[in-house]
Design a protein around this ligand. Structure first.
Ligand code: ATP
Ligand code: MG
Length: 570
């Protein structure tokens, strides 16, 4: 299968891919590669998950292997089918396919139960009646060994009986747990008799009320991997300490397939948070308008904002995979979408904050259709016509009555070019008598400059975008800034609570923008470049035939290039 990423012709290489290449060479697992992406259906996927998806599905595709999608649904109180559905559609949107290999840990509940019984029979697990608080106290610390539970030496028969009664619902929630019998003085706290099963009377979105005991992550995950024949179980660094437990369970149960757990550093991205717990909080407390709010780092938010799947895959490719935690600059993600849209987004003219311009010497009721390029970078994208007439709109900030130095745009007496149209010169400024606000400009045009070319080599220093007042259509435009004011909102030095760093100006809504008439047919989700203003996307939720709404995906300023340059200088 070819690699999906198009702009990076070199196949990726990293420590995980190196391990797998070695394994294939040594014919480990008969040279097969089977990976999985194991989301918990307790929230929408974010850009950090995209890193894991690209890694797991990517590695499988590169090695003629397969990658399963497995919902790790062992914590029903936080899970929901809405999340299951969104996760499936986000992965497909990203461009990956699990074919018919959609699995749920809950499908394995019966087998997992039998594995637990097997451990009990081996004398390797016991039912413990300590409260969760007592268990914590008995666990000890990094410097002190733990204390063995008084229930640790229950007989196999007693344990089997109690575990069966746990399942049968004879005990209240929290009355007891099943624990692995490992080593209460292990230097690794996770190995000090970890819990494997707990009692939870919670309705499960797939198994309903069938179960009142649920396996813990550490027990369910390794065995699900094993049952699916996973060869390489790739997860994030926080599970490094859990690896001995992963291996212990599989060794004790002598399963046929013992996958290799490999940890990598999770993605951290500046000016946002990538923790589902925090994202859930933002949604539930109404700090955003849902999971797909274009300010959210979720895949649904990025999609609504205008990000393409290609740009996200390229981003994941560029950041690579490492063993050490780091923070990736948001500017790189923006660079990736800019790079992609630069190639494929048609250019259009739009004015965000309109200022009326009357061309005094242009005939009234006359309209010209001027030719404009759809993408100067790519002539194959063709041309279109834009109407020009006597009354136009230009961008308010493109005019200054008292232009400061280096302001080359329109000013009284000054000549500028209107993109694809004519040279115009400002001859009069009309203001509101009461407020002093500029209401309109009067200009003259030079008919000999049609198309924006000067016939006599006369130079102008600025080219402005514009629309015809009568022909343009009204639109709402939403401009976004960073979601947080701190580069690392989760850093306690920045703020006690990450929500204190929310940027109050992360959304600016402009309601009386004017866009060129060709956008009348723009479909929800379609993308374009407003010349000089950035890349925009028709909002897929709020836009309709009677009201056009655009989201700005990203500006045209390449801050990433600047950062790179500055770093090279150092
Ligand atoms: P969060 O920390 O956001 O709550 P999670 O780890 O609980 O996420 P899961 O649904 O368990 O979310 O994640 C599924 C997979 O995605 C896991 O293998 C996890 O390691 C990986 N993953 C989650 N967050 C990131 C991230 N920021 N970077 C890379 N991989 C991630
Ligand atoms: Mg998790």
């Amino acid at each position: 299968m070819p690699k999906l990423n198009s702009t990076n012709p070199e196949p990726s290489s990293d420590f995980i891919r190196n391990i797998i290449a070695e394994d294939i060479k040594a014919n480990k697992n008969d040279g097969k590669v089977v990976t999985r992406f194991p989301p918990e259906p307790n929230g929408y996927l974010h850009i950090g998950h995209a890193k894991s998806i690209c890694l797991n599905f990517g590695i499988a595709a590169e090695n003629n292997g397969i990658c399963n999608l497995r919902f790790d649904d062992t914590n029903p109180s936080k899970e929901d089918v809405e999340y299951v559905e969104s996760i499936k559609s986000d992965i497909k949107w990203l461009g990956f396919d699990w074919s018919d290999r959609l699995y749920y840990t809950s499908d394995y509940f019966e087998q997992l139960y039998r594995f637990a019984v097997q451990l009990i029979k081996k004398g390797k697990a016991y039912v413990c009646n300590l409260s969760s608080e007592e268990i914590r106290k008995y666990r000890g610390t990094l410097t002190e060994p733990g204390i063995e539970s008084p229930y640790r030496n229950r007989s196999v028969e007693e344990n089997l009986d109690l575990f069966e009664r746990m399942r049968a619902g004879e005990f209240e929630d929290g009355f007891c747990v099943l624990r692995a019998k490992i080593d209460m003085s292990s230097p690794n706290l996770i190995m000090r008799d970890p819990a494997l099963y707990r009692i939870r009377r919670v309705y499960h979105h797939r198994t309903g009320d069938k179960w009142c005991i649920y396996p813990m992550y550490d027990f369910g995950h390794c065995l699900s991997d094993s049952m699916e024949g996973i060869t390489h179980s790739i997860c994030t660094l926080e599970f490094e300490n859990n690896r001995p437990l992963y291996d212990w369970i599989l060794d004790e149960l002598e399963v046929e397939c013992h996958p290799q757990q490999i940890e990598f550093a999770r993605l951290n991205l500046s000016y946002t948070v990538l923790s589902k717990r925090k994202l859930v909080e933002l949604v539930e407390k109404g700090h955003v308008n849902g999971w797909d709010d274009p300010r959210m780092p979720t895949l649904s938010g990025l999609r609504r904002r205008g990000y393409t799947p290609e740009s996200i895959r390229n981003f994941c490719d560029r950041i690579g995979v490492a063993k050490r935690d780091s923070m990736v600059d948001m500017a790189l993600l923006e660079y990736c979408v800019r790079e992609d849209l630069n190639k494929q987004a048609p250019r259009v003219l739009a004015v965000l904050r309109p200022l009326k311009v009357i061309i005094d010497n242009y005939p009234e009721d006359f309209v010209e259709e001027l030719g404009a390029l759809n993408n100067p970078e790519d002539p194959s994208m063709g041309t279109r016509k834009v109407p020009f007439s006597r009354v136009l709109y230009i961008e308010r900030e493109d005019f200054r009555e008292d232009p400061p130095k280096k302001f080359y745009r329109l000013a009284p007496g000054r000549e500028v070019r209107l993109r694809y149209a004519y040279f115009i010169t400002c001859v009069e400024v009309v203001k509101d008598e009461q407020t002093g606000e500029i209401i309109e400009l009067h200009c003259t045009y030079d008919p000999k400059t049609k198309g924006g070319d000067s016939p006599d080599g006369r130079k102008v220093k600025a080219t402005l975008h514009w629309v015809s007042a009568a022909h343009s259509i009204e639109a709402e435009v939403r401009l976004y800034d960073y979601f947080f004011t701190a580069a690392n909102p989760s850093d306690k030095k920045e703020a006690e609570d990450f929500k204190d760093c929310l940027n109050p100006n992360s959304l600016e809504t402009l309601t009386s923008c004017r866009v060129e008439p060709s956008l009348k047919k723009a479909r929800p989700g379609s993308r374009c470049q407003f010349e000089r203003l950035g890349y925009f996307c028709v909002d897929s939720v709020d836009s309709s035939e009677s009201k056009l709404v655009f989201n700005r995906t990203v500006t045209l300023r390449d801050t990433w290039a600047k950062i790179q340059k500055a770093q090279k200088k150092k």
